[in-house]
Design a protein around this ligand. Structure first.
Ligand code: HH2
Length: 292
């Protein structure tokens, strides 16, 4: 059965081809690219670079949500992101742009400026967010996080991390549906590194298929995150975590994830093609064996 992720006028068929979402953080303090794209011209150039590398979606963020970070007021988020979104819209209106924000006000402005997806790491903590997304039929990423970025690493113990994440995402899916968001607009995200130990993030990566079973596309954002370095022993800076990030992307897609949020688009596109072909071959083998 094809799985469609509807994002306004665009219907992404994610069942055969994983979507690579390139990250552009228009921030001074993001953990990997903080300060590199705060200048709108540099951010716009980065967007075009990621599209040339094969990005299917661009995720624009104006607020770092790394552990310990403080919220950025909506007006400041919009001041950072507006020129980038406007320039992209003028040059490439067909490009699927996602706005990475917890603020319904920022989401509403971005949708009015042409964004097609709201990537909400708080999964509708802002009471207005569901209605804003529903009004435009936008795509919605619901991500699991315990607490807020400021507090989330204080308690990373779970009895069963995958089961708890699945239960949380189902509850937020119900909240979105109650606000009028169509089910086909929703994607799930386990929230790698958001209130998780390295072991918890690894367990979620290895058990992605349990979230895929909920029937919506699963987005994985493992790119350059610190849990990779804890497992591999790679030292800082985050750019040194690219090989481990690519391995994580391969595992995620092989296990059924269909959207990858990454810093390193060109390499991830190649990994995605290999991993989804391997996943299809495994399924074909299983189907052949089950023939009478
Ligand atoms: N991770 C980050 C930000 N947004 N959105 C989703 N859906 N999933 C993620 O895993 C995710 C996300 C953190 O990464 P980054 O944007 O690179 O850093 P920062 O939050 O410091 O800006």
């Amino acid at each position: 059965m094809p799985v469609i992720w509807r994002c306004r006028d665009v219907a992404l068929d994610v069942s055969t081809r994983a979507q690579v979402m390139g990250i552009v953080n228009v921030t001074p303090d993001s953990f990997s690219d903080g300060g590199r794209y705060l200048d709108p011209d540099l951010a716009i150039a980065r967007c075009h670079e990621l599209l040339a590398e094969g990005a299917d979606i661009l995720d624009l963020g104006a607020e770092s949500t790394r552990p310990g970070s403080q919220p950025v007021p909506a007006a400041e988020q919009w001041r950072r992101v507006e020129p980038v979104l406007a320039a992209l819209q003028r040059a490439r209106p067909e490009v699927v742009v996602s706005i990475d924000t917890r603020s319904a006000e920022v989401a509403a402005r971005a949708l009015a400026a042409g964004a097609r997806i709201v990537n909400d790491v708080s999964a509708l903590a802002d009471p207005e967010m569901g209605a804003v997304v529903a009004r435009d039929g936008a795509g919605l990423v619901l991500m699991h996080m315990r607490g807020t970025p400021e507090t989330m690493q204080q308690d990373t113990a779970y009895a069963d991390v995958a089961a708890e994440v699945a239960g949380f995402l189902e509850a937020r899916r119900a909240r979105a549906r109650a606000a009028g968001v169509a089910d086909e607009c929703i994607a799930f995200d386990p929230g790698i590194g958001f209130g998780k130990s390295a072991a918890g993030s690894l367990a979620l990566l290895a058990r992605i298929s349990e979230l895929v079973a909920l029937g919506r596309p699963v987005l994985v954002g493992a790119s350059r995150k610190s849990f990779l370095a804890r497992l591999t022993g790679d030292a800082d800076p985050p750019a040194g975590r690219v090989p481990a990030s690519l391995a994580a992307a391969a595992i995620a897609v092989f296990e059924g994830a269909t959207v990858l949020r990454v810093h390193d688009v060109a390499a991830t596109v190649r990994v995605a093609r290999l991993a989804e072909a391997a996943r299809a071959a495994k399924r074909a083998g299983a189907a052949a064996r089950s023939l009478p």
